[in-house]
Design a protein around this ligand. Structure first.
Ligand SMILES: Nc1nc2c(ncn2[C@@H]2O[C@H](COP(=O)(O)OP(=O)(O)OP(=O)(O)O)[C@@H](O)[C@H]2O)c(=O)[nH]1
Ligand SMILES: [Zn+2]
Length: 188
């Protein structure tokens, strides 16, 4: 019985042959397995859970001012072309008795980014996860990214960036809160 990795590798072998290459030539002999491992890594978010990832790193705190974690690197793959989109994610929240361990923001970003995504859904999923885990009064997420499917192929535009934002709770209700967040991430 073949395992999932071997199965995936055999599909990559067909892809290589389908591209007109010889999968048996020396430089490509281990490529199907490497590519399969790389794709498994890049989609490991499907096999992770928020509970395990947060690992109870939610701490009681009287902090009730805005917390911002900005410039979290983001590597994802668009669900239309399975090509990378790469950028930065900024997250803010207004704690309500609980704060989240700092590294967990990056882990949450990675869990949702390591799936086939569109940027809009990725932004929303990150915001909703932070809201759920922290029970915050509000959560804001901004993603700025460049899409390889627009750069390397298609319209071939090298300098356009897509910005998406999701504002929940207080960030949605209050213009002042939104402005404070947007000013904080702009002044860098
Ligand atoms: N809104 C959104 N669109 C995306 C994202 N990633 C890729 N796309 C777009 O998805 C669309 C797919 O369009 P199609 O016309 O079906 O595919 P295509 O013929 O390869 O399109 P072109 O890229 O224009 O050549 C394209 O406009 C992509 O730019 C994303 O994260 N969000
Ligand atoms: Zn795409």
């Amino acid at each position: 019985m073949t395992n999932k990795l071997d199965d995936l590798a055999s599909h990559f072998q067909h892809i290589i042959a389908g591209l007109g290459e010889d999968p048996g030539r020396e430089g490509l002999q281990n490529t199907p397995l490497r590519a399969a491992k790389a794709m498994q890594f890049l989609t490991q978010g499907y096999r992770q859970s928020l509970d395990v990832l947060v690992n109870d790193a939610v701490f009681e705190s009287s902090m009730d001012e805005m917390v911002v974690v900005q410039d979290i690197e983001l590597y994802s793959m668009c669900e239309h072309h399975m090509l990378p989109f790469i950028g930065k994610c900024h997250i803010a929240y207004l704690p309500q008795g609980k704060v989240l361990g700092l590294s967990k923001f990056a882990r949450i970003v990675d869990m949702y980014a390591r799936r086939l995504q569109i940027q809009e859904n990725l932004t929303r999923e990150i915001a909703e996860a932070v809201e759920m885990v922290t029970g915050a009064k509000g959560v804001a997420v901004v993603i700025e990214a460049q899409h390889m499917c627009m750069m390397m192929r298609g319209v071939e535009k090298q300098n356009s960036r897509m910005k998406t934002s999701v504002m929940l709770g207080q960030f949605r209700k209050s213009q002042a809160t939104r402005t404070e967040f947007l000013t904080l991430i702009r002044d860098r």
